[in-house]
Design a protein around this ligand. Structure first.
Ligand SMILES: [Zn+2]
Length: 99
């Protein structure tokens, strides 16, 4: 049995899933709105675009549970959305920050 995730990693997981749902799920939703209510399609697409940017930025600035700096952004190492460890302190993703 795997140990439970640290609460901050659960928060990250929820943010990541929410971001994916909005970014990817918004495309078919905007298409469906465009078919059913074409008059509000531009508004729906704009709302989806703004929400996608907002949740992507929020996920990008998720703070590392150990060093409290952005997990995927570093002043010296740049940006890596696919990193498996903190770009600032090296904490592996999903690991216990106390260790
Ligand atoms: Zn860190």
């Amino acid at each position: 049995m795997t140990p439970p995730l640290h609460p901050r990693w659960l928060e990250y997981k929820h943010q990541r899933n929410r971001c994916l749902l909005i970014c990817l799920g918004g495309i078919p939703a905007a298409a469906a709105i465009g078919l059913v209510l074409p008059s509000i399609a531009p508004l729906a697409i704009t709302a989806w675009f703004v929400a996608s940017i907002w949740f992507s930025m929020k996920l990008s600035y998720f703070k590392c549970p150990r060093c409290e700096k952005p997990f995927i952004i570093s002043k010296t190492r740049g940006y890596n959305g696919f990193t498996q460890k903190c770009l600032n302190c090296g904490l592996p993703k999903w690991s216990d920050p106390a260790q």
